[in-house]
Design a protein around this ligand. Structure first.
Ligand SMILES: Nc1ncnc2c1ncn2[C@@H]1O[C@H](COP(=O)(O)OP(=O)(O)OP(=O)(O)O)[C@@H](O)[C@H]1O
Length: 549
C-alpha cells in the first residue's frame, strides 16, 4: 500500500451501523477479505481510493459497505432525499450485480437507503419516475447515466458525495471513454471517488487522473488468482477432436462434479458444444453476448440458485441482431453488445469447476475466466484443454503465473486417452449430427425464443415475479437427431480403472444406473426445493396466455 498506514480490523470494529452489520452477518461474511479490511476504513475516513485486488476478492463489498454506511450516517442529520452516490460499472450484468449487493446489504435498513439500477435495456422515460424519487444510490453504466442526465431525468450536480467505478480497467474498452469524460462535467467539483480494478492498466491510470484526488493506492501484494490451497489448476493436452470425447467422459463418468462453467471462444462454439452434450443427455445453458440482457441476468441468477449444473459461456462480444437473421460478425446492421463480459466480474456462486474447453486468447482472459471459481472463501478447480495450436497461449499463462506471488501453476491432469476409446467412438458419432447448419439453426432458435421470453413475458413476469422461475434456459434445442442410446453409459466403455468406482460396475440394470440418469443433481435438487405447480406452465406462442401442461 502506498500513502497510508496498514489498517486491519474486523467488521465489528469498523464503526459500521448496526443494521449494516446485521446484513453482513446475514450474508455469512464472517471476516472482511483483505481488500475490505483495508479499503472500508479508509473510505469511511473520506479518502479517495484506487484499489487493485485479485478477481473474486470481495471488491464489491469493499465499496458498497462504506457507501451505504455514509448514507446511513448522513440520514441521521439531514432529512432531504437526494442522490448521494453513483456506482458505475462497464456492463449491464455488473450493474445488476452491484445493485443486488446493495440490496442485500441494505436489507435491514427498511427504506432508509434506496438504490436504483438504470442499466436495464428499457426506455429512459420509463425509468424517469424512479429517478424523480432521487434514490440514494444510482447504479449504471457511464453511458446510460449520462443519457439520463442529458434527458433531464437526473441531476447530481449539487448532491453527489461519492462515485464508485467498478472494473475500472474495462470502462474504456467497453466504449465508455467519451461518455465518462462528459459525465464528469455533470458531477460536483468535490466528491469522494473509489476506483476498483483487478488490474492496474493504462486505462485505469487515465481514469485515476480524471476522477481521483490525491488517492490512497491499495495494491495488495497477492497473486491475481487465489492460492493453491483454494484453487487447483489443471491442464490436459489433447487433440481438438479428443476434447469432445474427453469432456463427455468426464461428465458422464461424473469425474467432474458440481456446478461448472465451460468456456469456449465463440458463440457458434457454444451451440456446437450444447448440441453435442444434448445428445448425451447433459443439459446445459448457453451464455453469450447475443442473448438479451434479461435472459443473461436470469440465467446467472438461476444458476446461482442451483437450477443448472452447466453453463457454456463464450466471453467474446458478438453480434446481436434482434431479427435473428444473419448472426456473423461481419453481418451489416447487426448490433454489437459492447456492454457484455461474462468472464469479467460476474459473481457466479459456488462454481466448483471452470473448464477451458478452448484455451483463452490472452493471459488476462485466462485469469478472469478462472476467477469465476474459488471466489470469496470458496474452493475451486480449473481445467484447461489444450491442443497443439493453443500451446503458445498456455506457455504465456504459465510464464505469467510463475512471475506472480502465491506459487500458482498448472498441474498436468493425468488421464489416459486410450482408456476412453468407447467415448471417442460415441463422440465421433454424435459430432456427425452437429453440422454447421444445425448450429446455425440452434443459434437462431435460441435467440428467437429468448427474445420472445424476454419481451413478451416481460410484463407478465413483472406482475407475477414468482413465475419467472418456470422459465428454463437449458432445454434441448433439438436441431440434431436425438440418439437415445448415447444418453446411457454401458459398462463396457467405462475405463477399467473406474470399475468398482461408486458401485459403477456392480449395476447391471442401466435404467437404474447412476450415470444413466438424464436428470442432473441440480435439477433434482431444484425440483425438490420448488414444488410449485406453476412450474408446468408454458407460454403458447400466438395465443397470449399461459396454459398448464
Ligand atoms: N467478507 C467476505 N466473506 C466471505 N465471502 C465474501 C466476503 N466478501 C465478499 N464475499 C463473496 O465473495 C464473492 C466474490 O466477491 P466480489 O464479486 O465482490 O469479488 P470481486 O473482487 O468484485 O471479483 P471480480 O474482480 O471478479 O469482480 C461473492 O460471492 C461475495 O459474496
Amino acid at each position: 500500500m502506498e500513502g497510508d498506514d496498514e489498517v486491519c480490523v474486523p467488521f465489528q470494529d469498523m464503526g459500521l451501523d448496526d443494521r449494516l452489520l446485521k446484513a453482513i452477518s446475514l450474508m455469512n461474511w464472517g471476516e472482511p477479505t483483505p481488500i475490505q479490511e483495508k479499503a472500508i476504513p479508509l473510505a469511511l475516513e473520506g479518502k479517495d481510493i484506487l484499489a487493485r485486488a485479485r478477481t473474486g476478492s470481495g471488491k464489491t463489498g469493499a465499496f458498497c459497505i462504506p457507501a451505504i454506511n455514509k448514507i446511513l450516517m448522513h440520514k441521521k442529520n439531514v432529512e432531504e432525499q437526494t442522490v448521494k452516490a453513483v456506482i458505475l460499472t462497464p456492463s449491464k450484468e455488473l450493474c445488476n450485480q452491484a445493485f443486488k449487493n446493495v440490496s442485500a446489504l441494505t436489507r435491514c435498513c427498511s427504506r432508509d437507503v434506496t438504490c436504483f439500477d438504470v442499466a436495464p435495456q428499457v426506455s429512459l422515460s420509463s425509468q424517469r419516475p424512479m429517478l424523480m424519487e432521487r434514490p440514494d444510490i444510482v447504479v449504471g453504466t457511464p453511458s446510460r447515466l449520462l443519457a439520463h442526465i442529458k434527458k433531464g431525468n437526473l441531476d447530481v450536480k449539487s448532491s453527489l458525495e461519492m462515485i464508485v467505478i467498478d472494473e475500472a480497467d474495462l470502462v474504456f474498452s467497453f466504449g465508455h471513454e467519451e461518455d465518462m469524460k462528459e459525465l464528469l462535467k455533470h458531477f460536483p467539483e468535490k466528491y469522494q471517488a473509489l476506483l476498483m480494478s483487478a488490474t492496474l492498466t493504462d486505462e485505469v491510470k487515465t481514469l485515476k487522473k480524471m476522477v481521483l484526488h490525491n488517492p490512497v493506492i491499495l495494491k495488495l501484494e497477492e497473486s491475481q488468482l487465489p492460492e493453491t490451497n483454494q484453487l487447483t489448476q489443471y491442464v490436459v493436452k489433447c487433440e481438438h477432436r479428443d476434447k469432445f470425447a474427453l469432456l463427455c467422459a468426464l461428465l458422464k463418468l461424473r469425474l467432474i462434479r458440481g456446478k461448472s462453467i465451460l468456456f469456449v471462444n465463440s458463440v457458434n462454439k457454444c451451440y456446437k458444444l450444447k448440441l453435442f452434450l444434448e445428445q448425451f443427455g447433459v443439459p446445459t445453458c448457453v451464455l453469450n453476448s447475443e442473448l438479451p440482457i434479461k435472459s443473461r441476468c436470469h440465467i446467472v441468477s438461476q444458476f446461482n440458485e442451483g437450477l443448472y449444473d452447466y453453463i457454456i459461456a463464450s466471453d467474446e462480444s458478438a453480434c446481436f441482431n434482434p431479427v435473428g437473421k444473419a448472426l456473423d460478425k461481419s453481418h451489416k446492421g447487426s448490433k454489437k453488445d459492447k456492454e457484455y463480459g461474462v468472464s469479467r466480474g460476474i459473481d457466479f456462486h459456488n462454481v466448483t469447476n471452470v473448464i477451458n474447453f478452448e484455451f483463452p486468447k490472452t493471459v488476462k482472459s485466462y485469469i478472469h475466466r478462472v476467477g469465476r471459481t474459488a471466489r470469496g472463501t470458496k474452493k475451486g478447480t480449473a481445467l484447461s484443454f489444450v491442443n497443439v495450436k493453443e500451446m503458445k497461449l498456455l506457455e504465456d499463462v504459465e510464464k505469467d503465473l510463475a512471475e506472480q506471488p502465491g506459487g500458482n501453476k498448472l498441474e498436468p491432469f493425468q488421464f489416459n486417452m486410450a482408456e476412453i476409446e468407447g467415448f471417442r467412438y460415441r463422440s465421433k458419432d454424435a459430432m456427425m449430427s452437429v453440422t454447421h447448419q444445425a448450429i446455425q439453426e440452434a443459434r437462431l432458435k435460441e435467440i428467437k425464443s429468448e427474445m420472445l421470453s424476454s419481451q413478451k413475458l416481460k410484463s407478465y413476469f413483472e406482475d407475477n415475479p414468482k413465475d419467472l422461475q418456470v422459465l428454463r434456459h437449458d432445454k434441448p434445442l433439438r436441431t440434431v437427431k436425438q440418439q437415445e442410446h448415447l444418453k446411457h453409459v454401458p459398462d463396457y466403455i467405462v475405463p477399467r480403472s473406474l470399475h468398482g468406482y461408486r458401485g459403477l460396475k456392480s449395476r447391471s440394470n442401466q435404467s437404474h444406473h447412476p450415470y444413466a440418469s438424464t436428470q442432473s443433481h441440480a435439477q433434482k435438487r431444484y425440483q425438490r426445493m420448488k414444488s410449485d405447480p406453476l412450474r408446468s406452465f408454458e407460454f403458447t406462442k400466438g395465443r397470449k396466455h399461459f396454459r398448464k401442461k
